[in-house]
Design a protein around this ligand. Structure first.
Ligand SMILES: [Zn+2]
Length: 238
């Protein structure tokens, strides 16, 4: 079974309970001895490692037990750049803190994609923004980016209201949101919130400073609405 490791928590001595996702499933299992660096499975003790797992069930024990694991993609292979490490940490933190079990079960394909994108050298901020928007959508925070959220007009979109939930046109704006985002940034917000899990995010040319601004705004939105403070985002935003 192909899986992605989310977290590893010590259970007894060098044994650990590992949280993972596979296609349509979120689950935990017991991995004996993996906290010992000499263990043949020690490599899975890294969040967002992609592994082929073999588990065995035991009737008298609530967790499945790890029989064997072979690494398909390790985040250690992506550590050639510090920014990729920051991206990995933030993506893992978003999954663990913002999604419930049912939502985690739906995110496998998207996580695989962001890992491959990072490996292929796609801009780390694009990867993070795409994933953050996806997590928001999965948590029930969709935004109206097809027309003005108040009057449904498709013309003269001048702003984006995080509080009200999407695009605002010139008529409805009344000077409130006009200045926060540029035209390019509004188009990028549309791309972000329309994106599918398999979206190619490289077809835009938003400047880096705008991407940082978007990320700061999304991180603030998550703090205000989900009550989640994303520690690893600070590495990128500072
Ligand atoms: Zn309007």
């Amino acid at each position: 079974m192909k899986c992605i490791i989310l977290s590893v928590v010590q259970y007894k001595e060098k044994d650990a309970i590992v949280q993972a996702i596979s296609e349509n499933k979120s689950f935990s299992f017991l991995a004996r001895g993996i906290l010992d660096p000499k263990s043949k499975n020690a490599m899975i003790n890294n969040p967002l490692t992609v592994v082929e797992l073999e588990l065995s069930e035991r009737e008298d024990f609530k967790y499945s037990i790890l029989k064997s694991a072979s690494i398909l993609l390790s985040p250690l292979q992506l550590m050639d750049k510090l920014e990729k490490l920051a991206a990995i940490q933030l993506i893992d933190e978003l999954i663990l803190k913002c999604l419930d079990e049912e939502e985690k079960a739906q995110i496998f394909t998207a996580v695989l994609k962001v890992l491959h994108d990072l490996k292929e050298g796609v801009n780390y901020l694009d990867v993070i923004l795409f994933f953050t928007a996806l997590v928001l959508k999965l948590s029930g925070y969709g935004f109206e980016v097809d027309h003005c959220l108040f009057c449904k007009s498709k013309k003269d979109i001048v702003g984006f209201s995080f509080d009200d939930g999407g695009f605002v046109c010139q008529n409805c704006d009344e000077g409130r949101f006009t200045n926060e985002f540029s035209k390019e940034e509004l188009l990028f917000l549309r791309l972000l919130f329309k994106a599918r899990q398999s979206e190619d995010l490289t077809h835009h040319n938003l400047i880096e400073i705008s991407k940082i601004k978007m990320l700061r705004r999304l991180v603030q939105f998550i703090k205000d609405n989900l009550g989640v403070s994303l520690k690893s985002a600070q590495l990128i935003l500072e």
